[in-house]
Ligand binder design. Sequence first.
Ligand SMILES: Cc1ncc(COP(=O)(O)O)c(C=O)c1O
Length: 404
Amino acid sequence: MIVDRTDFPLLATNRGLHYLDSAATSQKPRAVLDAMMNYYTHDNANPHRGAYALSARATQRYHAARERVARFVGVRDSTRLIFTRGTTESLNLVAAAWGRANVRSGDEIVLTGLEHHANFVPWQQLARDVGAVLRIARLTPDGHIDVDHLASLVGARTKAVAFSHVSNALGTINPVAELSAIARRVGAVVVCDGAQAAPHLPLSIDDLDVDFYAFSGHKMLGPMGCGVLVGRRDLLEAMPPYQTGGDMIEYVGDERSTWNVLPHKFEAGTPNVGDAVGLAAACEYLDAVGMRAVREHEQALTELASVKLGAVPDVRIYGPEPAARSGVVSFTVGDIHPHDLATILDEMNVCVRAGHHCAQPLMRRLNVPATARASFYIYNTESDIDALVAGVERAREIFGVAAG
Ligand SMILES: Cc1ncc(COP(=O)(O)O)c(C=O)c1O
């Protein structure tokens, strides 16, 4: 643990809880809850609209939140940082607004077999609607993207290459620079799903050669309902809007309308100021811990979990070696169904995810219907891993496990 567990009200009031599902959503520190309460108590009004001081304060809080989040993820020009509901909405925005304007029948979109459905289905839908072709890069047996195969798929018709920075199901940290360089050879747009990277790795989006980068606030100590899309300015300016309505317009004529400047062009309707303020407070908290320390702590826990879980008979761990992954360990235990395993673990106060992790294309490639997944964050300790291992041993006893 590199933070005080009592900073997290839910963990403080559930002292025996072993929360190992932070890849799904993180717990929230009091600093985030307080920041949101403070906003609603003192500064809440509809921003950008009111001619009165309170509305101006709400506008200022929203603007300051955007600047704070931009600084955290290494984006100098905060007007290219768009607040969304989360990674899913960010990626749908790109596939819908950029995709429909730029991808034509016969064009190709390259994805990988590692993707979360949020970075898979929007592209699949786009391809079906416009008659484009999806190309899906293979994986290596240890859960890396097969970079040579991906390179062989990228060609003159490739319009976009979309991949995750970090896999939610295996934890694989992908070589963003190498993958981007392959896309650049043919002038394809690079879309990176950073949902599992922004919370866990030191990040400077300006230094990554990507055109779009998406992440969610709720996985990085912030509230649910607030996420981010960072886009390349010229692409965002050339794209049509994603949604239309209030705030995103410059002028509305009877026949046609013109659009507001960035970022407002992509933020139709009343913005989610309270959650943006909460996300900014989460960035403040993580910066105080230090993202290098976050990474080191999670790496140490991942290595420990791999050793301790790996020593239990019948446990099979999926994905790359611990040093090449974030704080995610996906595993199965003999022929125990991961849902049964998760139920037994729950009885022992251990929360893990069981299922396909919104990555059915990956599960097909691993040839398993589901896995159990333990994922770590700054509030986890070795005792959480020990509880996990004890729970797995208990499950083996109950099921008199047969090797799978
Ligand atoms: C890699 C990855 N991409 C996208 C998403 C979707 O994020 P959200 O549900 O916050 O929109 C997740 C969430 O689990 C994820 O792990």
